[in-house]
Design a protein around this ligand. Structure first.
Ligand code: OGA
Ligand code: NI
Length: 332
């Protein structure tokens, strides 16, 4: 069962959106970055959902449509041409296979490094017929989305009353930030019979600090509520959807929770999504910020670096809880 969406009553917090008379679902939190209450609502959204939608985000719509057009052009190429940009190890073109451990989805994708010094230019694979145009669109888009992600992280730090406003955003701004950018294409699934159990992208949490997702107007994305129910996220091509990643969960000592999400296949239309995953440098220690530890609050996590986390995640399946290996056993 999925939630119907009623934009007219899309409010936060906790407006109930009615699906039928017996079931109520909360609406997706909506944050208007131009409003003074953005930071307060954002904190609540990160605590309650690990997820929210952003409007007035400042990313030029022209950058978005230009990159979408390039992505559509690339994904429309014959498979043999696209495969020249793969396999993803870890960057490049991938089809159906997600990660190194056997996860499959009805999706094809392009994965890029998004850290500053690589400037996306070093992507050595052939990128369609006009790679320079594609690269220019990628660079414009990723720079603008990274700026938005940093602004959001600074509002979060403010909202958490942390003195150092850039405590999270500096990790993305670091020259060695291990950030990633992903273009996903979900082809339509016209076989209605198969549709029922066809997964586009299986359930998972994103490992980095923050993910900023933009998609075209095709539905498919779902998030899991804290009680385990899945709700559909109505697509909105002019907005961004923000995920709390595992690293931000640890940095806030579990106050923010990373969000479980997945994509279901759509019968009629293809879905194109573009996701910026803001990550820390590999050497960075991921540990709860001391300023967030009130009184005698203990860290819920063992100390680890982003490199160690990635190494451990490498042998995991998509749906695994990757943080479990880093949780402390709390004596009761
Ligand atoms: C991802 C993801 C959702 C989508 O790539 O991590 O969650 O809509 N994608 O493509
Ligand atoms: Ni994801």
């Amino acid at each position: 069962m999925v939630a119907l969406y009623n934009p007219a009553i899309e409010q936060f917090p906790f407006t109930k959106t009615s699906c039928n008379t017996s079931t109520l679902f909360p609406a997706i939190p909506l944050i208007d970055l131009s409003k003074p209450d953005a930071k307060t609502l954002m904190i609540k959204a990160c605590e309650d959902f690990g997820f929210f939608k952003v409007i007035n985000h400042g990313v030029p719509l022209e950058f978005i449509s230009r990159l979408e057009a390039e992505a559509v052009k690339f994904f429309s190429l014959p498979l043999s041409e696209k495969e020249q940009a793969g396999p993803p190890c870890p960057f490049g073109y991938g089809n159906k296979s997600i990660g190194p451990n056997g996860d499959l989805g009805r999706v094809e994708y392009l994965l890029f490094t998004a850290n500053q010094d690589s400037n996306l230019q070093r992507f050595v694979y052939p990128l369609g017929k006009n790679p320079e145009k594609f690269r220019a669109a990628l660079n414009d888009y990723v720079s603008a989305v990274k700026k938005m992600a940093c602004e959001i992280l600074e509002l979060m730090a403010d909202g958490l009353k942390i003195q150092q406003r850039d405590v999270f955003s500096k990790l993305l701004m670091d020259e060695q930030s291990d950030s990633v950018f992903r273009l996903n294409h979900y082809p339509p699934c016209p076989d209605i019979q198969a549709l029922n159990n066809t997964i586009g992208f299986g359930e998972h949490t994103d490992p980095q600090i923050i993910s900023a997702l933009r998609s075209n107007n095709t539905s498919g994305l779902q998030i899991s509520l804290r009680d385990g129910r899945w709700i559909s996220v109505p697509p909105d091509q002019n907005s961004f959807f923000i995920n709390v990643g595992d690293s931000l969960q640890v940095l806030t000592n579990g106050r923010f929770k990373s969000v479980w999400h997945r994509v279901l296949a759509n019968s009629l239309k293809s879905r194109v999504s573009m996701i910026y995953f803001g990550g820390p440098p590999l050497r960075e220690k991921i540990a709860p910020l001391p300023s967030l530890m009130e009184g005698h609050e203990q860290s819920l996590y063992k100390e680890f670096t982003w490199f160690e986390y990635k190494k451990s995640a490498y042998s995991s399946r998509l749906a695994d809880n990757r943080l479990i290996h880093f949780e402390k056993i709390v004596a009761s």
